[in-house]
Design a protein around this ligand. Structure first.
Ligand SMILES: *[C@@H]1O[C@H](CO)[C@@H](O)[C@H](O)[C@H]1NC(C)=O
Ligand SMILES: *[C@@H]1O[C@H](CO)[C@@H](O)[C@H](O)[C@H]1NC(C)=O
Ligand SMILES: *[C@@H]1O[C@H](CO)[C@@H](O)[C@H](O)[C@H]1NC(C)=O
Ligand SMILES: *[C@@H]1O[C@H](CO)[C@@H](O)[C@H](O)[C@H]1NC(C)=O
Ligand SMILES: *[C@@H]1O[C@H](CO)[C@@H](O)[C@H](O)[C@H]1NC(C)=O
Ligand SMILES: *[C@@H]1O[C@H](CO)[C@@H](O)[C@H](O)[C@H]1NC(C)=O
Ligand SMILES: *[C@@H]1O[C@H](CO)[C@@H](O)[C@H](O)[C@H]1NC(C)=O
Length: 474
């Protein structure tokens, strides 16, 4: 009799312990999160999208039908009624650079001010950022004084990588995703591209799940083995969301990285990129900062073929026209042009094979800073648009956290205005005087482009000189 009681007690203890372990190693949220009463059935699917760009003042490329980035972000803040949720790899809106104060720092300071003002409008600000060197940015210290909820994620402990995700969720119905982050350079000196989508709770609910996942990683030094059902993806490439974007039938889904941060049904960024390349039938235009199919390790580097092989297949077997616009700057890996040349030479002596590569060259100022670095991370094809947070360098996909959005033309739908607009953006950049064609057997000298006087002397310079573009030798 006694031993039976003992047994029961031990059994109960073991059960308690098992439940406790399960809770510790999973991200099951005990309290559950309020989703504002909106669910997948009654969310809104009649959405509008605008492309947003930051084009620095010395880069003479027109905005045409896209919106300036600062205008776009302000429009989101003006619409906010309840919450603004921001993920950014870096917070540096209040520049402390010696020269940027005069002209280029203002937009960042203005945005910071507007984020501080959210409290007075009863709008709750939540921020997720990646802990770097165990320090918190002064901007975030300031915002938390103004009521912001700040969640840091220790990526070093979780994946040995960094958080590179950059997106906004506003009232769980509007969103931004793109290359720009909360850095004053994104609003002034860097060339950025993103998309803002309004009144689209069906889509934004899913992006909010990625935000919630990051939030759950605060204070953790390991990734949960089991994710809460509330963090599982709502849509993916097999089951994309069907909705109306500017009145046309469209499909979309989000992707995320790395593998460890992908709960049930969520596609990885790599899967999304491969999907978009495989679906293309006519052209693939890619604009990115860096392209490097290499895993860079301390001891030895390894070839990483995942994206490279897809591009080769598209070129040789499917005769799809490919154009790549890559950023050229001091940090550009010297092997970049070798890999580009290798892709290009695939088409040698082959009709119906078209691969073109150009480098986008920024202005170099006397103090060593750059104006107009192409910071884009997008791809556009005849079928889809992919806007992500990563450079196309192997290490990014393996350990860093990032998010991407794939928007595709629906089956049987004729028009795809977002894709056409983005193609237009690509073509304007491609034809600009800053874009220089890759030359055979010649490594571009990305670090020695024209020195331009510091911005303080700007008014003394005639505009015609600027319009000729930097005379870099490639
Ligand atoms: C959506 O549906 C849920 C549950 O079915 C309900 O609680 C909620 O009030 C609905 N929301 C709206 C905006 O209709
Ligand atoms: C921005 O930085 C400057 C110089 O460090 C400082 O004086 C100013 O107070 C900062 N602005 C805000 C809003 O914190
Ligand atoms: C972190 O510290 C390292 C070494 O001290 C430094 O090189 C790096 O720039 C720092 N990163 C940031 C974001 O402060
Ligand atoms: C983040 O993780 C690293 C590696 O585990 C650790 O050294 C560091 O102290 C952690 N930082 C914080 C603030 O917990
Ligand atoms: C868009 O999709 C809806 C439902 O899937 C369909 O009824 C409608 O005809 C489609 N519109 C166009 C222009 O194809
Ligand atoms: C070129 O490719 C297109 C599309 O795949 C195909 O229709 C056409 O026949 C090809 N032309 C030649 C000369 O191979
Ligand atoms: C969608 O509509 C908005 C406003 O009506 C317009 O500004 C925007 O350029 C349109 N976007 C696309 C991709 O056509």
């Amino acid at each position: 009799m006694k031993s039976q009681q003992k047994c029961i007690v031990i059994f109960a203890l073991v059960c308690c312990f098992a439940v406790l372990v399960a809770l510790i190693f999973s991200a099951v949220d005990v309290l559950g999160e309020d989703e504002d009463g909106i669910n997948e059935e009654n969310c809104s699917r009649d959405c509008k999208a605008v492309l947003v760009q930051n084009i620095p003042d010395r880069i003479f490329i027109s905005h045409e039908d896209t919106m300036p980035l600062t205008t776009g972000l302000e429009s989101l803040l003006n619409r906010a009624r309840k919450s603004v949720e921001i993920v950014s790899p870096l917070w540096a809106l209040n520049s402390t650079d010696h020269w940027s104060h005069y002209t280029y720092g203002r937009q960042g300071q203005h945005l910071l001010k507007e984020l501080m003002d959210l409290k007075s409008k009863n709008v709750h600000l939540r921020v997720v950022y990646g802990l770097q060197n165990n320090t918190i940015a002064p901007e975030l210290k300031l915002l938390s004084k103004y009521g912001a909820e700040v969640h840091d994620v220790n990526m070093t402990a979780l994946t040995t990588g960094e958080l590179h995700s950059s997106f906004w969720v506003v009232d769980r119905k509007h969103m931004y995703i793109g290359s720009a982050d909360m850095d004053w350079r994104s609003l002034s000196t860097r060339k950025e591209l993103g998309v803002i989508i309004y009144d689209c709770s069906c889509l934004v609910l899913d992006l909010h799940r990625i935000f919630s996942l990051y939030k759950q990683l605060q204070y953790r030094d390991f990734v949960p083995a089991i994710w809460s059902k509330r963090l599982a993806a709502l849509y993916n490439k097999e089951k994309a969301l069907s909705f109306q974007l500017n009145g046309t039938n469209t499909t979309a889904f989000f992707s995320s990285s790395p593998d460890k941060f992908s709960p049930k049904d969520r596609n990885r960024d790599l899967q999304a990129i491969i999907h978009v390349i495989q679906e293309a039938r006519e052209f693939i235009y890619i604009s990115i900062t860096d392209y490097l199919p290499l895993i860079i390790q301390n001891s030895h580097n390894k070839y990483w073929s995942r994206i490279d092989e897809m591009l080769r297949e598209a070129l040789i077997l499917k005769h799809i026209e490919i154009r790549m616009l890559i950023s050229c700057r001091q940090q550009t890996h010297p092997l970049t042009s070798n890999f580009m040349w290798s892709l290009k030479s695939l088409c040698m002596e082959m009709s119906n094979c078209s691969m073109e590569v150009k480098f986008f060259i920024p202005w170099l100022l006397q103090d060593g800073s750059l104006i107009g670095t192409n910071h884009h991370r997008y791809m556009v094809t005849d079928k889809s648009v992919y806007i992500g947070n990563f450079d196309w360098v192997a290490n990014e996909f393996l350990v860093n956290a990032g998010t991407g959005l794939v928007i595709s033309k629906a089956k049987d739908e004729r028009s795809f205005s977002l894709g056409e607009q983005l193609k237009g953006v690509f073509e304007r950049d491609w034809q600009s005087t800053h874009s220089k064609t890759l030359q055979p057997s010649k490594i571009p000298t990305c670090s020695t482009n024209t020195v331009f006087p510091s911005p303080l002397l700007k008014s003394q310079k005639s505009q015609t000189e600027n319009e000729n573009g930097p005379n870099a030798s490639l």
